[in-house]
Design a binder for this molecule. Structure first.
Ligand code: PHE
Length: 363
Protein backbone atom coordinates (compact mmCIF):
# COMPACT_ATOMS: atom_id res chain seq x y z
CA UNK A 1 0.00 0.00 0.00
CA UNK A 2 2.99 2.27 -0.67
CA UNK A 3 0.94 4.07 -3.27
CA UNK A 4 -1.71 5.11 -0.75
CA UNK A 5 1.10 6.36 1.51
CA UNK A 6 2.43 8.41 -1.42
CA UNK A 7 -1.02 9.90 -1.85
CA UNK A 8 -1.10 11.04 1.78
CA UNK A 9 2.34 12.67 1.43
CA UNK A 10 1.33 14.32 -1.83
CA UNK A 11 -1.86 15.68 -0.25
CA UNK A 12 0.03 17.09 2.74
CA UNK A 13 2.61 18.61 0.45
CA UNK A 14 0.08 20.35 -1.80
CA UNK A 15 -2.12 21.53 1.09
CA UNK A 16 0.98 22.96 2.82
CA UNK A 17 1.92 24.86 -0.30
CA UNK A 18 -1.60 26.23 -0.70
CA UNK A 19 -1.58 27.46 2.87
CA UNK A 20 1.80 29.12 2.48
CA UNK A 21 0.91 30.90 -0.77
CA UNK A 22 0.63 34.68 -0.58
CA UNK A 23 -0.80 35.63 -3.92
CA UNK A 24 -3.37 34.60 -6.46
CA UNK A 25 -0.59 33.83 -8.93
CA UNK A 26 1.01 31.40 -6.40
CA UNK A 27 -2.35 29.63 -6.15
CA UNK A 28 -2.65 29.43 -9.91
CA UNK A 29 0.82 27.84 -10.12
CA UNK A 30 -0.16 25.18 -7.56
CA UNK A 31 -3.41 24.46 -9.39
CA UNK A 32 -1.50 23.89 -12.64
CA UNK A 33 1.24 21.78 -11.03
CA UNK A 34 -1.30 19.51 -9.29
CA UNK A 35 -4.52 19.50 -11.29
CA UNK A 36 -3.34 20.73 -14.70
CA UNK A 37 -3.00 18.35 -17.68
CA UNK A 38 0.51 17.39 -16.65
CA UNK A 39 -0.06 18.00 -12.95
CA UNK A 40 0.88 15.50 -10.25
CA UNK A 41 -2.72 14.39 -9.55
CA UNK A 42 -3.62 14.17 -13.23
CA UNK A 43 -0.60 11.93 -13.92
CA UNK A 44 -1.70 9.57 -11.11
CA UNK A 45 -5.21 9.47 -12.61
CA UNK A 46 -3.71 8.23 -15.84
CA UNK A 47 -2.06 5.32 -14.00
CA UNK A 48 -5.50 4.02 -12.97
CA UNK A 49 -5.92 2.38 -16.39
CA UNK A 50 -3.06 -0.06 -15.71
CA UNK A 51 -4.43 -1.30 -12.32
CA UNK A 52 -6.44 -4.38 -11.42
CA UNK A 53 -10.16 -3.65 -10.90
CA UNK A 54 -9.88 -4.03 -7.12
CA UNK A 55 -6.88 -1.76 -6.70
CA UNK A 56 -8.49 0.65 -9.09
CA UNK A 57 -11.64 0.91 -7.00
CA UNK A 58 -9.87 1.66 -3.77
CA UNK A 59 -7.06 3.82 -5.19
CA UNK A 60 -9.49 5.57 -7.55
CA UNK A 61 -11.80 6.68 -4.80
CA UNK A 62 -8.81 7.91 -2.71
CA UNK A 63 -7.48 9.80 -5.69
CA UNK A 64 -10.91 11.35 -6.34
CA UNK A 65 -11.10 12.33 -2.74
CA UNK A 66 -7.65 13.94 -2.97
CA UNK A 67 -8.78 15.89 -6.03
CA UNK A 68 -11.83 17.24 -4.18
CA UNK A 69 -9.82 18.15 -1.08
CA UNK A 70 -7.25 20.06 -3.15
CA UNK A 71 -9.91 21.79 -5.28
CA UNK A 72 -11.81 22.92 -2.20
CA UNK A 73 -8.62 24.14 -0.52
CA UNK A 74 -7.60 26.07 -3.60
CA UNK A 75 -11.04 27.73 -3.88
CA UNK A 76 -11.04 28.59 -0.19
CA UNK A 77 -7.58 30.16 -0.33
CA UNK A 78 -8.44 31.99 -3.52
CA UNK A 79 -11.45 33.66 -1.84
CA UNK A 80 -9.32 34.68 1.15
CA UNK A 81 -6.63 36.25 -1.06
CA UNK A 82 -9.21 38.05 -3.21
CA UNK A 83 -10.87 39.54 -0.15
CA UNK A 84 -7.50 40.64 1.21
CA UNK A 85 -6.70 42.33 -2.10
CA UNK A 86 -9.93 44.34 -2.04
CA UNK A 87 -9.36 45.36 1.57
CA UNK A 88 -5.85 46.55 0.78
CA UNK A 89 -7.13 48.48 -2.20
CA UNK A 90 -9.77 50.18 -0.09
CA UNK A 91 -7.22 50.96 2.66
CA UNK A 92 -4.78 52.45 0.15
CA UNK A 93 -7.43 54.62 -1.43
CA UNK A 94 -8.75 56.07 1.78
CA UNK A 95 -9.00 59.89 1.68
CA UNK A 96 -9.02 61.91 4.86
CA UNK A 97 -11.70 64.46 4.05
CA UNK A 98 -10.97 66.39 7.23
CA UNK A 99 -7.52 67.47 5.93
CA UNK A 100 -7.38 71.15 4.82
CA UNK A 101 -7.25 71.69 1.04
CA UNK A 102 -3.84 72.56 -0.36
CA UNK A 103 -3.97 75.79 -2.36
CA UNK A 104 -2.74 75.43 -5.92
CA UNK A 105 -0.40 77.98 -7.48
CA UNK A 106 -3.37 79.06 -9.58
CA UNK A 107 -5.15 80.19 -6.43
CA UNK A 108 -2.06 81.59 -4.68
CA UNK A 109 -0.73 83.70 -7.55
CA UNK A 110 -1.90 87.28 -7.99
CA UNK A 111 -2.15 89.59 -10.98
CA UNK A 112 -0.60 93.01 -10.33
CA UNK A 113 -3.20 95.83 -10.29
CA UNK A 114 -1.33 97.55 -13.15
CA UNK A 115 -1.74 94.46 -15.37
CA UNK A 116 -5.36 94.16 -14.34
CA UNK A 117 -6.08 97.82 -15.11
CA UNK A 118 -4.31 97.52 -18.47
CA UNK A 119 -6.65 94.63 -19.29
CA UNK A 120 -9.66 96.65 -18.15
CA UNK A 121 -8.60 99.61 -20.34
CA UNK A 122 -7.98 97.35 -23.35
CA UNK A 123 -11.39 95.74 -22.88
CA UNK A 124 -13.19 99.11 -22.83
CA UNK A 125 -11.42 100.58 -25.85
CA UNK A 126 -11.62 97.33 -27.84
CA UNK A 127 -15.36 97.53 -27.42
CA UNK A 128 -15.28 101.05 -28.92
CA UNK A 129 -13.41 99.67 -31.94
CA UNK A 130 -9.82 100.55 -30.99
CA UNK A 131 -6.96 98.18 -31.87
CA UNK A 132 -4.05 97.57 -29.47
CA UNK A 133 -0.61 98.75 -30.63
CA UNK A 134 2.88 98.43 -29.17
CA UNK A 135 6.23 100.14 -29.44
CA UNK A 136 9.70 99.63 -27.95
CA UNK A 137 10.69 100.87 -24.46
CA UNK A 138 14.05 101.98 -25.87
CA UNK A 139 13.12 104.62 -28.41
CA UNK A 140 15.15 106.77 -30.75
CA UNK A 141 15.16 110.51 -30.44
CA UNK A 142 13.20 110.84 -33.68
CA UNK A 143 10.11 108.88 -32.56
CA UNK A 144 10.14 110.10 -28.94
CA UNK A 145 10.70 113.79 -29.77
CA UNK A 146 11.41 115.12 -33.26
CA UNK A 147 8.53 113.48 -35.13
CA UNK A 148 6.24 114.69 -32.34
CA UNK A 149 7.17 118.26 -33.15
CA UNK A 150 9.74 118.58 -30.36
CA UNK A 151 12.97 119.56 -32.18
CA UNK A 152 16.28 119.50 -30.31
CA UNK A 153 16.35 123.21 -29.59
CA UNK A 154 12.73 123.21 -28.38
CA UNK A 155 12.19 124.19 -24.72
CA UNK A 156 9.66 121.31 -24.43
CA UNK A 157 12.65 118.97 -24.39
CA UNK A 158 13.29 120.24 -20.88
CA UNK A 159 9.66 119.63 -19.82
CA UNK A 160 10.51 116.09 -18.76
CA UNK A 161 13.64 114.54 -17.26
CA UNK A 162 14.71 112.06 -19.88
CA UNK A 163 16.91 109.00 -19.35
CA UNK A 164 19.43 109.14 -22.19
CA UNK A 165 21.19 106.00 -23.43
CA UNK A 166 24.41 105.60 -25.46
CA UNK A 167 23.74 106.01 -29.19
CA UNK A 168 23.26 102.90 -31.31
CA UNK A 169 25.54 101.60 -34.11
CA UNK A 170 24.05 104.03 -36.63
CA UNK A 171 24.78 106.87 -34.21
CA UNK A 172 21.08 107.35 -33.48
CA UNK A 173 20.40 109.02 -30.12
CA UNK A 174 18.48 106.62 -27.87
CA UNK A 175 16.29 107.27 -24.83
CA UNK A 176 14.00 105.31 -22.55
CA UNK A 177 10.68 106.53 -23.95
CA UNK A 178 9.32 109.34 -21.80
CA UNK A 179 5.73 108.72 -22.97
CA UNK A 180 3.76 106.33 -25.16
CA UNK A 181 3.25 109.03 -27.81
CA UNK A 182 6.03 107.63 -30.08
CA UNK A 183 3.63 104.73 -30.76
CA UNK A 184 1.39 107.33 -32.47
CA UNK A 185 4.21 108.00 -34.95
CA UNK A 186 4.97 104.31 -35.49
CA UNK A 187 1.29 103.54 -36.11
CA UNK A 188 0.73 106.47 -38.49
CA UNK A 189 3.79 105.38 -40.50
CA UNK A 190 2.83 101.72 -40.70
CA UNK A 191 -0.95 102.01 -41.14
CA UNK A 192 -3.38 103.82 -43.38
CA UNK A 193 -6.25 105.90 -41.92
CA UNK A 194 -8.83 105.48 -40.57
CA UNK A 195 -6.83 104.64 -37.43
CA UNK A 196 -8.20 103.88 -34.00
CA UNK A 197 -5.60 102.51 -31.63
CA UNK A 198 -4.52 102.45 -28.02
CA UNK A 199 -0.99 101.62 -26.86
CA UNK A 200 -0.52 100.66 -23.20
CA UNK A 201 3.02 100.26 -21.90
CA UNK A 202 5.96 101.29 -19.72
CA UNK A 203 7.37 104.81 -19.74
CA UNK A 204 10.35 106.38 -17.95
CA UNK A 205 11.28 109.73 -16.40
CA UNK A 206 13.86 110.64 -13.81
CA UNK A 207 11.37 111.45 -11.09
CA UNK A 208 10.49 109.92 -7.71
CA UNK A 209 8.04 110.85 -4.95
CA UNK A 210 4.70 109.61 -3.59
CA UNK A 211 2.99 109.98 -6.97
CA UNK A 212 5.96 109.56 -9.34
CA UNK A 213 8.26 106.60 -10.01
CA UNK A 214 11.11 106.49 -12.57
CA UNK A 215 9.22 103.76 -14.43
CA UNK A 216 5.48 104.15 -14.78
CA UNK A 217 2.73 103.19 -17.20
CA UNK A 218 0.75 105.10 -19.76
CA UNK A 219 -1.83 104.27 -22.35
CA UNK A 220 -1.83 106.27 -25.56
CA UNK A 221 -4.90 106.71 -27.71
CA UNK A 222 -4.99 107.86 -31.33
CA UNK A 223 -7.80 108.39 -33.83
CA UNK A 224 -7.12 109.55 -37.39
CA UNK A 225 -9.99 110.08 -39.80
CA UNK A 226 -11.30 112.65 -42.27
CA UNK A 227 -13.50 114.32 -39.72
CA UNK A 228 -12.16 113.47 -36.25
CA UNK A 229 -13.10 116.26 -33.88
CA UNK A 230 -12.91 117.45 -30.31
CA UNK A 231 -16.51 116.43 -29.53
CA UNK A 232 -15.57 112.82 -30.28
CA UNK A 233 -12.46 113.16 -28.13
CA UNK A 234 -14.50 114.38 -25.17
CA UNK A 235 -17.16 111.69 -25.68
CA UNK A 236 -14.51 108.91 -25.83
CA UNK A 237 -12.81 110.08 -22.64
CA UNK A 238 -16.01 110.62 -20.72
CA UNK A 239 -17.43 107.28 -21.81
CA UNK A 240 -14.14 105.58 -20.92
CA UNK A 241 -14.05 107.11 -17.42
CA UNK A 242 -17.65 106.18 -16.66
CA UNK A 243 -17.16 102.56 -17.68
CA UNK A 244 -13.73 102.29 -16.05
CA UNK A 245 -14.84 103.72 -12.70
CA UNK A 246 -18.21 101.94 -12.98
CA UNK A 247 -20.29 105.03 -12.24
CA UNK A 248 -23.15 106.71 -14.11
CA UNK A 249 -21.86 110.27 -14.00
CA UNK A 250 -18.45 111.75 -13.43
CA UNK A 251 -17.12 115.27 -12.91
CA UNK A 252 -14.53 115.99 -15.56
CA UNK A 253 -12.67 119.23 -16.17
CA UNK A 254 -11.07 119.93 -19.54
CA UNK A 255 -8.32 122.54 -19.10
CA UNK A 256 -6.51 124.26 -21.98
CA UNK A 257 -2.91 123.14 -21.93
CA UNK A 258 0.16 122.78 -24.09
CA UNK A 259 1.75 119.79 -25.79
CA UNK A 260 3.96 120.32 -28.84
CA UNK A 261 2.22 117.48 -30.71
CA UNK A 262 -1.41 118.58 -30.22
CA UNK A 263 -3.23 121.79 -31.07
CA UNK A 264 -5.39 122.66 -29.25
CA UNK A 265 -4.26 120.71 -26.20
CA UNK A 266 -6.32 119.78 -23.15
CA UNK A 267 -5.53 118.36 -19.78
CA UNK A 268 -8.28 116.41 -18.10
CA UNK A 269 -8.98 116.33 -14.38
CA UNK A 270 -11.41 114.09 -12.53
CA UNK A 271 -13.40 115.30 -9.52
CA UNK A 272 -12.55 113.42 -6.32
CA UNK A 273 -13.41 113.49 -2.67
CA UNK A 274 -11.04 112.74 0.16
CA UNK A 275 -12.08 109.89 2.48
CA UNK A 276 -9.47 109.56 5.22
CA UNK A 277 -6.16 109.11 3.45
CA UNK A 278 -7.75 107.92 0.23
CA UNK A 279 -9.01 109.78 -2.79
CA UNK A 280 -12.38 108.53 -4.04
CA UNK A 281 -13.87 109.19 -7.46
CA UNK A 282 -16.86 111.49 -7.45
CA UNK A 283 -17.49 114.80 -5.73
CA UNK A 284 -15.26 117.81 -6.36
CA UNK A 285 -13.21 118.39 -3.20
CA UNK A 286 -10.16 117.98 -5.35
CA UNK A 287 -9.34 117.77 -9.04
CA UNK A 288 -6.96 115.04 -10.04
CA UNK A 289 -5.13 115.26 -13.33
CA UNK A 290 -5.36 111.95 -15.16
CA UNK A 291 -4.58 112.63 -18.78
CA UNK A 292 -3.29 114.87 -21.52
CA UNK A 293 -4.99 115.11 -24.89
CA UNK A 294 -5.69 117.23 -27.94
CA UNK A 295 -6.13 117.37 -31.70
CA UNK A 296 -3.10 115.97 -33.52
CA UNK A 297 -0.86 118.88 -34.59
CA UNK A 298 -0.83 119.47 -38.38
CA UNK A 299 2.98 119.35 -38.34
CA UNK A 300 2.90 115.87 -36.79
CA UNK A 301 0.56 114.74 -39.60
CA UNK A 302 2.97 116.20 -42.16
CA UNK A 303 5.90 114.43 -40.48
CA UNK A 304 4.25 111.08 -41.20
CA UNK A 305 3.13 112.08 -44.73
CA UNK A 306 -0.54 112.65 -43.93
CA UNK A 307 -2.14 115.72 -45.47
CA UNK A 308 -3.62 117.89 -42.66
CA UNK A 309 -6.21 119.23 -45.14
CA UNK A 310 -7.53 115.69 -45.63
CA UNK A 311 -6.97 114.07 -42.24
CA UNK A 312 -7.73 115.13 -38.71
CA UNK A 313 -6.90 113.31 -35.54
CA UNK A 314 -7.15 113.35 -31.80
CA UNK A 315 -4.87 111.76 -29.25
CA UNK A 316 -4.69 111.22 -25.53
CA UNK A 317 -2.25 109.82 -22.98
CA UNK A 318 -3.28 108.59 -19.55
CA UNK A 319 -1.32 107.49 -16.51
CA UNK A 320 -2.34 103.88 -15.86
CA UNK A 321 -0.86 103.71 -12.34
CA UNK A 322 -2.80 106.82 -11.34
CA UNK A 323 -6.02 105.32 -12.65
CA UNK A 324 -5.31 102.13 -10.67
CA UNK A 325 -4.62 104.12 -7.48
CA UNK A 326 -7.87 106.00 -7.89
CA UNK A 327 -9.99 102.98 -8.66
CA UNK A 328 -8.55 100.60 -6.09
CA UNK A 329 -7.53 103.01 -3.34
CA UNK A 330 -3.74 102.68 -3.05
CA UNK A 331 -2.15 105.81 -1.67
CA UNK A 332 1.55 105.45 -2.53
CA UNK A 333 2.67 104.78 -6.09
CA UNK A 334 6.11 103.62 -4.98
CA UNK A 335 4.70 100.49 -3.32
CA UNK A 336 3.48 99.36 -6.77
CA UNK A 337 7.04 98.45 -7.62
CA UNK A 338 8.41 97.22 -4.27
CA UNK A 339 7.58 93.59 -5.12
CA UNK A 340 6.24 93.14 -1.58
CA UNK A 341 4.18 89.94 -1.61
CA UNK A 342 1.95 91.16 1.24
CA UNK A 343 0.99 94.20 -0.84
CA UNK A 344 0.37 92.04 -3.89
CA UNK A 345 -1.74 89.63 -1.87
CA UNK A 346 -3.87 92.51 -0.65
CA UNK A 347 -4.24 94.54 -3.84
CA UNK A 348 -3.64 91.84 -6.49
CA UNK A 349 -6.28 89.99 -8.47
CA UNK A 350 -6.94 86.29 -8.83
CA UNK A 351 -5.84 85.07 -12.21
CA UNK A 352 -9.32 83.98 -13.21
CA UNK A 353 -10.78 87.44 -12.49
CA UNK A 354 -10.51 88.36 -16.15
CA UNK A 355 -12.05 91.78 -16.81
CA UNK A 356 -14.81 91.75 -19.39
CA UNK A 357 -17.65 94.14 -20.10
CA UNK A 358 -20.23 91.36 -19.97
CA UNK A 359 -18.82 89.71 -16.84
CA UNK A 360 -18.10 93.00 -15.05
CA UNK A 361 -14.80 94.86 -15.08
CA UNK A 362 -13.99 94.46 -11.41
CA UNK A 363 -15.60 92.11 -8.91
N1 PHE B 1 2.41 112.33 -24.01
C1 PHE B 1 1.79 113.24 -23.10
C2 PHE B 1 2.43 113.10 -21.71
O1 PHE B 1 3.11 112.16 -21.48
C3 PHE B 1 0.31 113.01 -22.99
C4 PHE B 1 -0.42 113.25 -24.25
C5 PHE B 1 -0.68 112.24 -25.14
C6 PHE B 1 -0.89 114.52 -24.57
C7 PHE B 1 -1.38 112.47 -26.30
C8 PHE B 1 -1.57 114.75 -25.71
C9 PHE B 1 -1.83 113.75 -26.58
O2 PHE B 1 2.23 113.92 -20.84
Amino acid sequence: MGKIQDLIILEKDIIDNIEKSLSLSDIEKIRISSMGKKGAVSLLMRELGTMSPEDKKDYGSKLNNLKNVINNKINEKQTILEDLGIEKLVADEKVDITLPLQKTTLELGRIHPVSQVMDEISEIFSDMGFAIAEGPDIEDDYHNFSALNIPESHPARQMVDTFYLPSDDENKALVLRTHTSPVQIRTMISEKPPIRMIAPGRTYRSDSDQTHTPMFHQVEGLVIDNDANMGQLKWCLEEFCKIFFEINSINMRFRPSYFPFTEPSLEVDIGCSKVGNELKIGGNDQWLEVLGSGMVHPQVLRNVNLDPDVYKGFAFGMGIDRLAMLKYGMSDLRSFFDADLRWLKHYGFKCLDIPSLSGGLSK
